[in-house]
Design a binder for this molecule. Structure first.
Ligand code: NDP
Length: 275
């Protein structure tokens, strides 16, 4: 039988877990989906996409460094994608139009609220970082109606700008790491500091025994941020693996209209990380 073609595009792309995840989704749902990894040309994103479309490609996931290029390439956007200015999901429609969505935010919110059963509504939330990943999650996060969101970033002006851009959606403020005050119910590390084994320099008083900490990064070992939070007695420390699987499931749903069960995929991925 002929399968419908999708892929993830990035540079580098070799280590992407998306082909495996979507392969599992296809198996679980029985959808006729073939999913590849495409190495994008950093000088010519549109060219790489056109080549994929000419092979019959119906949709793409987009990862580093192309999320903004994908936004520029698209012709129609969800409200959420428009806000984010960066997208991780493209749909190539039969009429030739290109629809763009950002599923990263839905992914992290679903991981926190459904998988970990942690409510965001009414909570004090601290978000570390003001890069593309944080911009992508703010709208779905604010839709959960937290009491307040404090965005803290190394480059303070970027945190202030982000808070300003989303200020109509909720109570939020942008500050520098040293100016973070008080404690928080939920702390999300959306910086790439963990990649370098570094810790954003925030006061340890942000963490109480009821704080839930979420590092968007994931790997075989616990990130320095989650180690730090655990040592300070946080109620729960979570890594970004669930966000990865949930954003993929949301993309799959957009393309296929079918929502795969994420639990077996997440468990298998977790087990493979440990090896
Ligand atoms: P960007 O490059 O757009 O932003 C990086 C952010 O990290 C900036 O706010 C930057 O601050 C900050 N930063 C970088 N190094 C340090 C440091 N040593 N100390 C403190 N702050 C630092 O990256 P993205 O927003 O795209 O990605 C951020 C993280 O989120 C990555 O680790 C990525 O792997 C993860 N991610 C996970 C996903 C998942 O599905 N689990 C999905 C998307 C992203 P400044 O502005 O001052 O430079």
């Amino acid at each position: 039988a002929n399968k419908d073609l999708y892929a993830v595009i990035g540079s580098p792309i070799k280590h992407s877990k998306s082909p495996w995840i979507h392969g599992q989704f296809a198996e679980i749902t029985g959808e006729p989906v073939e999913y590849r990894a495409v190495l994008g040309n950093e000088q010519d994103f549109a060219g790489s996409v056109e080549a994929f479309r000419s092979e019959g490609g119906q949709g793409l996931n987009v990862t580093v460094p192309f999320k903004q290029d994908a936004f520029d390439y698209a012709s129609e956007f969800s409200e959420r994608a428009k806000r984010a200015g960066a997208v991780n999901t493209l749909v190539f429609r039969e009429d030739g139009s290109v629809f763009a969505e950002n599923t990263d935010g839905v992914g992290i919110v679903r991981d926190i609220t459904v998988n970990y059963e942690v409510a965001i509504s009414g909570k004090r939330v601290l978000v570390l970082g003001a890069g593309g990943a944080v911009r992508g999650i703010l709208e779905p996060l604010l839709a959960e109606k937290p009491q307040e969101v404090v965005i803290a970033n190394r480059t303070v002006s970027k945190a202030v700008q982000l808070a300003d851009d989303f200020s109509d959606l909720g109570c939020l403020v942008g500050v520098g790491f040293a100016d973070v005050e008080g404690s928080f119910d939920l702390i999300i590390n959306g910086t790439s500091a963990s990649l370098a084994g570094e810790l954003p320099p925030i006061p340890s008083s942000v963490i109480t025994p009821s704080s839930v900490c979420y590092d968007m990064m994931y790997g075989a070992e616990m990130t320095v941020f989650n180690q730090w939070a655990q040592q300070l007695g946080a109620a729960e420390v979570i890594d970004g693996l669930g966000m990865l699987v949930e954003q993929a499931a949301e993309s799959f749903f957009i393309w296929r209209g079918v929502r795969p069960d994420t639990q077996p995929v997440l468990q298998a991925l977790r087990a493979s990380l440990a090896n």
